[in-house]
Design a protein around this ligand. Structure first.
Ligand SMILES: Cc1cc2nc3c(=O)[nH]c(=O)nc-3n(C[C@H](O)[C@H](O)[C@H](O)COP(=O)(O)OP(=O)(O)OC[C@H]3O[C@@H](n4cnc5c(N)ncnc54)[C@H](O)[C@@H]3O)c2cc1C
Length: 588
């Protein structure tokens, strides 16, 4: 890595072989892989390294290690994932995740992630919804923190630099090849042009676009989706957004905060206000451990039909588990409810409702390399598509970050080694500066209220259940907000460049929202997380992926492609899964 002042003193320049954007689990795993492949690597992120969004992950990470349920296998993990994703996943992506997750999780344990262990010393595994066997490794209910900190420590041991508080506003592309990114410091505004042979985008999802969301402020605003589209890559299945069934409702400032699936994994039961254990009506076999889409729709329906509690939620009860088990296995949940509601979950039920949680769609990538349509540009983690289909199984996302983070890092390094000369373009760098300069101006609108309006629109009109009328209303509101966003007032203040970051968050969010609504309008069926009241049935002819790209005129265009077929030898396991699933539950 070398640093030098630029000729025009407009920015500083940092040159490296592989640039990783995002310091969550996917980004750090990519950086470690690229470093181990002999490359200089720099990681940048808009928050502190140990506070990337991954830190929120709670319940666990999947790997068919069969330490608890001996019959488990990577093939069964594959079958559960494809089947519960309603056959929209890319089978090769799922196969790689299921095959490689065991080694990836053992490696994390070796690097210091403090996963729970069985009395025999092997990694313990818990049930997560719709998995045939117990295959979710965990560290209490702070698994994400355990994984992230192990990766940060590993990156530090390898002396991989992590540049914090760097906001990337543009990928640098010349002649179809990505050669870096432009970022500014959130505190000082100093601009840095990161020049690199290859770039790995690991910027997370876009679920902060909904009013109730399990993400925190200023994260998951769809930045990577915007950057990739703008650079010439394509998105797919943006309408497939997972609503987690159980988010907190009060107080308002934390509405949507996750109540982890581990609560149901540890035996939590759902009741409506009449005291009925209503999952018996929606999925009598799997009850609370049904898939997230089914439990979310069940909760939504109970609330909509007037069987909700005082805050408009249903009740999640763990009082029968006992205080000691709760404190040992669900310590964060215990604290979360005491702190925010003064509620002791060992004696009283929690009131919960669906919350926007995970982006199953994202950037189109090659399953093996996670390369995009732009040469030298890779993507991994939540920002990439292909693994989850129409419904993500809990615990698969953390597995995805480390399996495909490593793959993307290795392929980015191989791309760097293969280059004879590094492509660079002053014109592309100049255009990036102009882009940012054009935002810094006086205006009549502020980003925060527009972002709030967008979140309300997405919640009301593109939420758990959708209709054409509401989606059309969402689209026209988004277009109005895009118009208002042209009149933003953006000025640096004594507190830093937060205004500029909010303006960029809004720009990305509006594009991600538009892509989501366009996808939702095109998918005229109900499948997994995408529920249409006007098309309540699954349409077998719509086993398609909906790809979105920018036309030369700049508008978003959608194209339907048949979802890839599962190889015959794996398909057999899927058809057998139902029987195994029921037998598997008896092992508990
Ligand atoms: C509350 C909660 C609980 C969860 N629990 C689980 C679980 O138990 N098991 C599981 O498998 N999954 C879980 N998930 C999902 C999982 O945590 C995420 O999908 C995963 O951590 C995403 O990791 P990532 O590396 O792809 O991105 P992230 O961890 O989201 O990291 C994104 C990075 O990109 C950076 N970034 C974004 N935009 C920019 C920009 N413009 N410029 C510079 N940097 C940028 C951010 O600062 C950050 O460093 C949970 C999610 C939530 C919200």
């Amino acid at each position: 890595m070398s640093t030098r002042p630029s000729d025009k003193a407009l920015h500083r320049t940092v040159a490296t072989n592989v640039l990783v954007i995002g310091s969550g689990a996917a980004g750090l795993r990519a950086a470690i892989a690229a470093h181990e492949a002999g490359c200089d690597v720099v990681v940048i992120g808009k928050r502190q390294a140990k506070d990337a969004h991954t830190v929120l992950a709670a319940g666990g990470i999947n790997a068919a290690l069969a330490t608890v349920d001996r019959a488990d296998s990577w093939e069964q993990h594959f079958a559960d994932t494809v089947r519960e994703g309603y056959f929209l996943s890319d089978p090769r992506t799922v196969e790689l995740m299921a095959r490689e997750a065991p080694a990836a999780v053992l490696e994390l344990a070796e690097w210091g992630a403090p996963f729970a262990r069985t009395p025999q010393g092997t990694l313990d595994q818990r049930f997560f919804g719709a998995h045939t066997y117990r295959r979710t490794c965990y560290a209490g209910d702070f698994t994400g923190r355990a994984v992230l900190h192990a990766l940060v420590d590993r990156a530090a041991a390898l002396r991989i630099p992590i540049h914090e508080h760097q906001y990337v506003w543009r990928l640098l592309v010349h002649d179809g090849q990505c050669f870096g990114a432009a970022a500014f410091d959130l505190h000082t505004g100093e601009r840095t042009v990161y020049q690199a042979d290859a770039v790995v985008l690991c910027t997370g999802g876009h679920t902060r676009l909904w009013r109730r969301s399990s993400s925190r402020r200023d994260e998951n605003t769809g930045d990577g989706l915007y950057l990739a589209l703008q650079a010439g890559a394509a998105l797919t299945d943006m309408e497939l957004v997972q609503f987690h069934p159980t988010g907190m409702l009060v107080p308002e400032e934390i509405a949507g905060t996750l109540v982890t699936e581990a609560v149901r994994g540890e035996g939590g039961r759902l009741f409506n206000a009449m005291g009925e254990r209503f999952m018996a009506r929606y999925d009598p076999e799997r009850m609370e451990l049904s898939t997230r889409d089914r439990v979310a729709l069940a909760n939504y329906t109970e609330i909509l039909e007037g069987r909700g509690g005082p805050h408009g939620g249903v009740f999640l009860d763990v009082t029968h588990i006992g205080r000691d088990a709760i404190i040992q296995k669900l310590p964060r949940m215990y604290r979360q409810f005491l702190e925010w509601q003064m509620l002791d979950i060992s004696t009283q039920p929690m009131e919960v409702a669906p919350t926007a949680h995970y982006s199953m769609g994202g950037i189109v990538v090659d399953p093996d390399s996670h390369g995009t349509a732009v040469r030298g540009l890779y993507a991994a983690g939540e920002v990439a598509a292909g693994l989850h289909g129409a419904n993500r199984l809990g615990g698969n996302s953390l597995a995805e970050t480390v399996v495909f983070g490593r793959r993307a890092g290795e392929h980015a390094a191989a791309h760097s080694h293969s280059l004879g000369a590094q492509p660079r373009s002053q014109r592309a760098i100049g255009a990036a500066h102009q882009d940012l300069d054009s935002l810094l101006k006086e205006g009549t609108e502020l980003a925060r209220p527009l972002q709030r309006a967008l979140r309300n629109t997405m919640w009301a009109d593109c939420g758990v259940v959708r209709t054409e009328t509401r989606l059309r209303s969402a689209l026209s509101r988004i277009r109005e907000l895009q118009d208002s966003a042209r009149r933003l007032d953006v000025r640096p203040s004594s507190e830093g460049f937060g205004d500029l970051a909010h303006a960029l968050d809004l720009r990305a969010s509006l594009v991600a929202a538009e892509a989501t609504v366009i996808g939702a309008l095109s998918r005229t069926e109900s499948r997994g997380a995408h529920q249409r009241a006007d098309y309540p049935e699954l349409d077998p002819d719509l086993r398609v992926n909906l790809r979105i790209s920018r036309s030369t005129g700049g508008t978003l265009v959608v194209e339907s492609r048949p979802a890839p077929e599962t190889p015959a030898y794996l398909h057999k396991r899927i058809t057998e899964t139902r029987a195994v699933s029921v037998a598997g539950r008896l092992l508990e």
